[in-house]
Design a binder for this molecule. Structure first.
Ligand code: ADP
Ligand code: ZN
Ligand code: ZN
Length: 729
């Protein structure tokens, strides 16, 4: 009897497909890549299992045409994690594997490190004195010193230097002081001279002592206000893991993987560090992935998909900013990197730490049920004082482009006292709407149920939902009036107002428009951190995770945006944002002040937050979720559908709902059109499933999802399942 091989291939298949082994070449081990025929194409798949027989008649099976890897590419533990995730999120197995593999490996290239570019100092360069260059070109001087101190620098090393390091390096090459060389190796980042660790305070030491690499699994929620020294606790645990020869995997939100963080890890850890994020070139990504898989990196810092990186000697997992929405993929394979990290750590029998100043309500519920050990750091480390928070009632206040007079006065006082001021508004552009003052016409996107945002700098109307752009009309298309006016606030408009109020004060605006260029964000942030700019204005890009020691005043320009959101998580997100932004203030010796502009100062959410802080807010919010039967007290999944024809999604969802298996304690709500029904030219609708028990929901989905694709109505739509959705819009 012939064996058959189960192969995970790209395509809509929930399970691997059966193939016959190759006729001539050596047999592929489980976990290796193979080429197989699929329809009229040939594709690359992963061998996931061997069977003695197939349920399909052997004469109909096709054979593997080529074996790519003679040795397994993926360890079985990781394969079972991927299989688990594909099943839990009800997503095609081949696409789950595709998420786990770097592009080069998906394309069938060999699993060996590729050539990397390095830079090293030339003889002429060595004769230069870095000090002499300090005045003329400080960044080049810094690089010159770094090149002298290191054998060679890789592209990854440059990220840690901040600013436009690549440009400065190019100029050193032109001057003949440095040269580029190619080398084939893993390209991990070597430790710099190790800086001494601070002595942990009591709270930190108690927490650190509970993270025990090498002594089995334990999930730990590390809840600590911003600046309380969570990162120091991570570093302590990572250093111990490294010393034991174990690898640490650190998962951070996309926006959190900054040169600041990287250089802090480099300075403090005597370890080889690999970095995995979406900004890497394919070759760099492959090398970092291999460094982790082959045990050539001790610490792997990465964004979401790093949760799938193979580890030769797993010892510790950390998810920083575990509440962050970017840890859940919002398209295709909708997995939660946080939840999978916990599962992975459990299976690998290693500790996992979830860190945040504002833990997700899910995580707090898990901690309350004793699934996670709850550790708290309530005090800021060092001498920093917590900021004071107050609401600024906007009702009836005269405003200057969204800035109330009391706020302007306060900003002036802080600038006068040599403080730095951070202003936060989570909306870029000049104004979210442009309106005709004569007839009330609004510029609306034709492809979305949304208004165009007015961008004054670019002189364009831009839809933030589908990215379409158009010219600003000269006159109203409805009545011909030329009196078109911007309505509402965006960062560009606040910038103009600040420039008018404080013409002499240097200002930096940080949002997606000002940081589009490669390295733009780092450069702007560097100016903010150095304190060249006294007024810092931005969206959540500015709000997250950066140390801004000179900031003494934080102003939230419009809290009302988040108070009445359509999503059931809107309040949670607002509270997290307010607390995270507030955390930027008063980090150093100076106490900080936080001012929140609102038209609803009596709103219970704001009141609870101001007077009880995030923990009090979270307690209230959890009770509300329970009363409303929403996650985390119940389990949820969404079936979404979209199509160019308005009726098609609803028709499909109705058909899906008709065949939905019934279970006690499980409800199927809808279908209903999405709150923004039309987006990028497609109409969208959804069906919501809620269950008392996660297991019941899973049983139902397992029976139901395979029946969806065969539905006649499915042909007219694109549909997807979202288990544990973090957005219900
Ligand atoms: P978090 O990650 O919670 O925001 P960090 O670990 O970044 O906090 O610490 C905030 C600041 O306090 C950093 O500058 C850090 O170096 C400093 N710090 C943290 N722990 C200590 C300590 N035990 N002694 C002295 N300084 C500390
Ligand atoms: Zn008009
Ligand atoms: Zn649009």
């Amino acid at each position: 009897m012939t064996k058959t091989l189960a192969v995970a291939v790209p395509g809509p298949f929930l399970a691997p497909l059966d193939y016959l082994p190759p006729s001539d070449s050596p047999q592929p081990p489980i976990g290796s890549r193979v080429r197989v025929p699929l329809g009229r194409r040939e594709v690359i798949g992963i061998v996931t299992a061997e069977h003695d027989q197939s349920t399909i008649n052997e004469s109909r099976l096709r054979a593997v045409t080529r074996v790519i890897d003679e040795a397994p590419l993926l360890p079985t533990s990781l394969m079972s994690l991927i299989a688990w995730a594909a099943r839990y999120y009800h997503h095609p197995i081949g696409e789950a594997y595709a998420t786990a593999l770097p592009a080069r490996l998906r394309q069938g290239q060999p699993a060996v490190p590729g050539e990397q570019t390095y830079w090293r100092i030339t003889t002429t360069g060595r004769e230069q004195s870095a000090d002499a260059w300090q005045k003329r070109a400080p960044r080049q001087a810094m690089l010159l010193q770094a090149l002298k101190d290191n054998d060679a620098l890789a592209a990854g090393d440059l990220a840690g230097l901040g600013g436009d390091a690549r440009g400065a390096l190019q100029r050193l090459v032109e001057r003949g002081f440095a040269e580029a060389i190619k080398r084939s190796d893993y390209g991990t980042i070597q430790a710099e001279t190790t800086a001494p660790a601070p002595v942990l305070n009591d709270a930190q030491a108690t927490t650190a002592a509970r993270i025990m690499p090498g002594e089995g699994h334990q999930a730990i929620l590390l809840e600590g206000v911003t600046g309380s020294g969570k990162t120091e606790v991570y570093l302590d645990a990572i250093a111990r893991a490294t010393e034991m020869g174990l690898q640490s995997l650190v998962i951070v939100p996309e926006i959190g993987l900054t040169p600041q963080l990287l250089s802090r890890f480099r300075r403090r850890l005597n370890a080889r560090i690999a970095v995995l994020h979406s900004g890497l070139a394919d070759g760099e990504r492959l090398n970092a992935w291999l460094a982790a898989a082959h045990g050539r990196a001790d610490v792997i810092i990465g964004t979401r998909s790093a949760v799938f990186v193979p580890l030769a000697r797993p010892g510790l997992m950390i998810v920083d900013e575990e509440h962050d929405a970017s840890l859940k993929q919002q398209e295709g394979f909708r997995y939660s990197a946080r939840d999978l990290a916990v599962l992975r750590a459990h299976r690998a029998e290693v500790p996992v730490v979830l860190g945040s100043a504002t833990p997700a309500l899910e995580t707090l519920a898990n901690a309350a049920q004793k699934r996670y050990l709850h550790c708290q750091l309530n005090e800021r480390a060092g001498n920093a004082r917590p900021p004071s928070m107050q609401l600024l009632d906007m009702r009836g206040q005269p405003t200057q482009e969204g800035l109330s007079q009391p706020l302007i006065t306060r900003v002036g006082e802080h600038l006068e006292a040599d403080g730095q001021v951070l202003l936060f508004l989570n909306r870029r552009g000049f104004a979210p709407v442009i309106i005709c003052h004569e007839c009330g016409w609004l510029a609306e996107c034709e492809r979305c149920d949304a208004r165009y945002t007015y961008h004054r700098g670019r002189r364009r109307l831009h839809c933030h939902h589908c990215d379409s752009e158009r010219r600003i009309p000269d006159a109203c298309p409805q009545c011909g009036s030329v009196d078109l006016r911007p309505l509402g606030l965006g960062t560009e408009r606040i910038e103009a107002a600040l420039e008018a109020a404080f013409p002499e004060t240097p200002l930096v605006r940080i949002d997606r428009d000002t940081t589009r260029r490669r390295g733009g964000f780092e450069q702007q942030m560097a100016a903010a951190v150095r304190g060249d700019a006294r007024l810092l204005l931005g969206t959540q890009m500015l709000a997250k995770g950066h140390h801004l020691p000179a900031v003494t005043l934080v102003a939230i320009i419009d809290a009302d945006q988040g108070l009445f959101g359509a999503d059931f998580r809107a309040a949670e997100r607002l509270a997290q944002l307010v607390v995270q932004v507030a955390g930027r203030a008063g980090r150093a010796e100076r106490p900080g002040e936080v001012v929140i502009q609102t038209h609803h100062p009596e709103h219970p959410l704001l009141q609870t937050l101001i007077h009880g802080g995030y923990p009090a807010f979270a307690r209230t919010a959890l009770l509300e979720r329970e009363a409303a039967g929403l996650p985390p007290s119940r389990a949820m999944a969404l079936l979404r559908a979209e199509a160019v024809q308005r009726e098609a999604p609803m028709r499909f969802l109705r058909a899906a709902s008709r065949i939905a298996p019934q279970y006690r304690g499980l409800e199927c709500l809808g279908p209903y059109p999405a709150p923004m029904e039309k987006r990028a030219g497609r109409f969208r609708a959804q069906l919501m499933l809620q269950a008392d028990e996660r297991a019941v929901l899973q049983t139902m989905l397992e029976a139901w999802v395979p029946q969806l694709q065969p539905l006649r109505e499915a042909r007219a739509v694109r549909w997807s399942i979202d288990v544990d959705p973090t957005e219900t819009l």
